[in-house]
Write a protein that binds this ligand. Structure first.
Ligand code: SAH
Ligand code: SF4
Length: 356
């Protein structure tokens, strides 16, 4: 096992302390910070802004360790689902999804291996919580996905914390990673191009409200009443809908910021016109947008509503002035869509085994 420190996941201040501990001037830390995160130089020998002697010393006394690509599953729509191996701490595999679009790419990252929240419609829940990811592993997913698509990158990168795990139950590592991802001197993703989705962990929402730099907040609503939510999201018993919406009302939105509410449509359960009307009432007095996500199939007892029905639901919200979008998840053929991340190899027929 490698006992030298991994520099991935370290903040500018942590790098400075490390470099000073080596007896080197502190400004070298800013050069290393930029080289790893902004230039994606993962080999000290490629950090040409540093003197040769320091590069050699760093190669002996530190490492740049990223999650390893175990498999890549390519969807017919261009989406790539990565299965990554983590060697730090307790071994775990995890998933990251890369979605190319015309002028940008969106990277969906995981914040935990598995998830303890146990939503009834989500395949990740069937894994249980394997472990929290470190800041290095969260940042590492973005670096690996960008680097693996280096030739095809578009100018804009969006990140969504919507992969495996509940981000607000791994708060410190998630925020440490976000500070690096959203720092214009580091990975450089614009905060408005980042979104964190939560099942509704109220203390986490309250903490996030006080962060200077933070992503957009998305809340998984998924039901039109507290009783209904209890049935599919057991977390609702701990953090009930009424209190959750109160926390949302208190959340200090910036001038052009909106809250996003995700609503997974489960046919015959939460997708009636009455449900849509109740959602409108729940979101009254909130600067909120709604994303409707027709349920993505997995080995669970739910049904996906048909398209007409989804559009009818959407119409009710739009008529009442609630901005509402239908999100057809990408990468369904390779189990890369929302709620399908459970390390499935069922769709592996189109898998390309990574050479590294
Ligand atoms: N744990 C966080 C983020 C990951 S899940 C959360 O729950 O918010 C990202 C989104 O996918 C959530 O809104 C969740 O409700 C939704 N989702 C889960 N399973 C799904 C499925 N099978 N089909 C469609 N969306 C699903
Ligand atoms: Fe966890 Fe989110 Fe899946 Fe719920 S929907 S089990 S919180 S990953």
């Amino acid at each position: 096992m490698n006992s030298v420190p991994n520099l991935v996941g370290k903040s500018a201040e942590e790098l400075r302390a490390f470099v000073e501990g080596m007896g080197e001037p502190g400004y070298r830390a800013a050069q290393i910070y930029h080289a790893i995160y902004a230039e994606r130089r993962f080999d000290f020998s490629a950090m040409t802004s540093l003197p040769a002697a320091l590069r050699e010393r760093l190669a002996r006394e530190a490492t740049i360790a990223l999650p390893r690509i175990l498999r890549r599953h390519h969807s017919s729509d261009g989406t790539v689902r990565y299965v990554l191996a983590l060697d730090e701490g307790k071994p775990a595999n995890l998933e990251t999804v890369f979605m190319p679009e015309e002028n940008r790419q969106t990277i969906c990252i995981s914040t935990q291996a598995g998830c303890a929240v146990d939503c009834r419609f989500c395949l990740t829940a069937t894994l249980g919580l394997i472990r929290n990811l470190s800041a290095a592993e969260i940042v590492g997913q973005v670096l690996v996905a960008l680097e693996n698509n280096r030739e095809a990158l578009k100018p804009q990168t969006n990140i969504v914390l919507m992969g495996q795990g509940e981000p607000l139950l791994n708060y410190d590592a998630v925020m440490a990673a976000l500070r690096i991802l959203l720092d214009q001197k580091a990975v450089g993703i614009a905060p408005r191009h980042a979104a964190l989705s939560t099942s509704g962990i109220i203390p986490g929402i309250e903490r996030l409200a006080h962060e200077k730099v933070r992503p957009n907040l998305a809340i998984s609503l998924n039901a039109s009443s507290s009783e209904q939510r209890d049935q599919v999201m057991p977390i609702n018993r701990k953090y009930p809908l009424k209190k959750l919406l109160e926390a949302c009302r208190k959340y200090p939105l910036k001038p052009r910021e909106w809250l996003l509410f995700e609503y997974v449509l489960l046919a015959g359960f939460n997708d009636s016109i009455d449900d849509a009307r109740r959602v409108v009432q729940l979101l009254a007095n909130l600067r909120a947008k709604v994303n409707l996500i027709p349920w993505n199939p997995g080995d669970l007892p739910h049904k996906r509503p048909d398209r007409n029905h989804v559009e009818e639901f959407q119409r009710v919200l739009l008529e009442k002035g609630v901005p509402c979008f239908i999100r057809d998840s990408r990468g369904q053929d390779v189990m890369a869509a929302c709620g399908q991340l459970a390390l499935s190899e069922a769709a592996a027929s189109s898998a390309v085994h990574a050479s590294s």
